[in-house]
Write a protein that binds this ligand. Sequence first.
Ligand SMILES: C=CC1=C(C)c2cc3[nH]c(cc4nc(cc5[nH]c(cc1n2)c(C)c5CCC(=O)O)C(CCC(=O)O)=C4C)c(C)c3C=C
Ligand SMILES: [Fe+2]
Ligand SMILES: [Fe+2]
Length: 311
Amino acid sequence: MKECSKALVLLNMGGARNKNELEMFLTNMFNDKNILTIKSDFFRSLIAKFIVKSRKDSAWKNYEAIGGRSPINPLTEKLLSKLNDELTDTCVVQVMRYTPPFAQEAIKELEKKKVKEVILFPMYPQYSTTTTKSSVEDFLFFAKRKFHIKVIEPFYKNRVFNEAIIDTIKNSVEKHEEYNLIFSAHGLPQKIVDSGDPYEKQINEHVEILSALLEEENIHFKSISLAYQSKVGPLKWLEPALDEELKKFRDQKVLIYPIAFLIDNSETDFELSIEYNEEAKKIGIEEYKVCKCLNDGENFIKAIKDIINVV
Ligand SMILES: C=CC1=C(C)c2cc3[nH]c(cc4nc(cc5[nH]c(cc1n2)c(C)c5CCC(=O)O)C(CCC(=O)O)=C4C)c(C)c3C=C
Ligand SMILES: [Fe+2]
Ligand SMILES: [Fe+2]
């Protein structure tokens, strides 16, 4: 076991490794007061039970189509292993919000290793109460005053990080000018945005920054736009929805970049690469391609080191 006084903790949502864990993921997610913003814990848990019961089997079919598990866990393990090799004086661990490893167990491990300083790295470039806030407050709740903790700010403006994204986009297709580039972000209920969540604003800024960088590097697409995926339930969510945006591109080529994700997951591997691909075929899109997330790539490791100030 690596000895360390410092730890880098990657915070993410988690993902199901089997059907039981899908039930666990959905139960924990819909009991999270940042996701279902109902004040009463009792009513939230009743609604969570109802949603999980009605969603579990249909959602599992999606996971079956990608091998019966979310890719988020094996990909995060690979990233951790590379970061642990590179950051010799730091223990790099993961804490997931809705499936193991949870904060409580990870904190016990860090205490055993006599860790004093912790850097919390939310694996979300743009801040949302539903993701960043939820993960950070969960860790802080269990960590109490056990460590000196620094929380990494939203990093969608970081140059090294954005160059890594541009590199992925650039290498995903050859004749860029033939493609319509769509930045696809995970959606959010409009009422969460109206209550002050900065996610939409930061997503808009991020699209502007990346569009300017593409221009700077002389990479020209036929068009660049933004759309939101993954709507759940009957409420109004951020728009335009990706399926509506795709309808503009009949007989044309489309390249999707998943702007809110760092690690591939069921929303990229199933929803974007299978479900929306079928939608694109129905619409008559000539070619439909989805970029991979940064995952455990060298460029992302460089960006993480820059963001946490280790260069
Ligand atoms: C009210 C519901 C949801 C909100 C708000 C929400 C925000 C949000 N989620 C992500 C990233 C991911 N979500 C993933 C799965 C997922 N998300 C929801 C619901 C909300 N998400 C559900 C019900 C699910 C499970 C799958 C399904 O049943 O559709 C995942 C994938 C995890 C995996 O298994 O691989 C990610 C990643 C962000 C970034 C976000 C707000 C900005
Ligand atoms: Fe989600
Ligand atoms: Fe989804």
